[in-house]
Design a protein around this ligand. Sequence first.
Ligand SMILES: *Cc1c(COP(=O)(O)O)cnc(C)c1O
Length: 393
Amino acid sequence: MEGLKEENLKETRPKAKINEDRIWLSPPHMGGEEKALITEAIDSNWVAPGGPFLRKFEKVLSNFVQCQSSLALSSGTAALHLALRLLGIRQGDEVICSSFTFTASANPILYQGATPVFIDSELETWNMCPNALEQAVQSRIVNGKKPKAIILVHLYGMPAKLGEIIDISKKYKIPLIEDAAEALGSNYKGKALGTFGQMGIYSFNGNKIITTSGGGALVSENPDLIKKALFFATQAKDGAPHYEHSQLGYNYRMSNVCAAIGVAQMKVLSERIRRRREIYAYYEKHLSVIKGIEFLPEPKGFYSNRWLSCILIHPEYIKGVNREQLRLRLLRHNIESRLLWKPLHLQPLYRNFPYFGNKFSERLFERGLCLPSGSALTKDQLDFIIGIIKESF
Ligand SMILES: *Cc1c(COP(=O)(O)O)cnc(C)c1O
């Protein structure tokens, strides 16, 4: 397919001076109270270690997703790593993971010295295909190695086919970890994503639907798991007057200052979800009339936070325009867009690991583009972006 050569995929970085007029893909969007709460954290001297905003942030987060317990961490990646550690994943184990995702979904598998087994997407949600998943599980069992965990990603906020995937996880007794880094506020049949598996993770990185400047969280219905996660996240200190260690720990706790930002951001989360969904609907209304542009509708019972509005561009309908050409054209107008994630089974880091599926995710990668989706986008900016896309076809 044209436009797919590696040199065409290199990100064009903004020049040294940040252009204030640029329309970014998904920039941070402060709610207004962040500054006051950071000041409060500093005035109280709860800058480190720990502090009251951490507990508050965890409480509002648990309430929001209706989950027993949560732990605020330094990143979503750290949360995933802890989840694997808590399940006892170690060298030689196999862990199933969605292929169509960001590298952070799978990296913790390698941190543990385990082997990732990648599963392709289905085309209704773009997430892990239940058929390919079951095929993989059976094939690995025949091979003599039952996978120890499933990392299920809800990409761009869209819920995966949880009904079928939970059935498989139960049938074969393989624990499920939900990577809901992009899907805070999404739900499946009314229940929050991240709360279906044994554990779920969220990310509060700068480009996510809300941010703590950098951070993540681990959630679980089992408070004992979260207690253990806290132990590992704070260097695994055994109870002793001196520092005594019998296990390997990490420095993964979120800081109280970041948690203060998180508390302020949680107050506007519902509004952020509403606005992201509105932006998606606006693109869909104005662009779905173009033959060759396809959107991803929500199946019944699936509710996406629409973290990023994504389109597929089918070049067979529109001569000479593919997603990379559109990305470059938008960039010339100072608009940042991004190709869909390159499937992990195609990444140089991961291409020698097992993969099951029908290459649907490769098709998505070859055709997909994420459009600017920040909740602070104005109607004028959206109309400007839509105008340029329309002009391109
Ligand atoms: C952002 C992201 C992560 C990692 O979160 P960080 O907080 O950046 O470590 C993991 N998985 C997916 C799908 C993500 O988009």
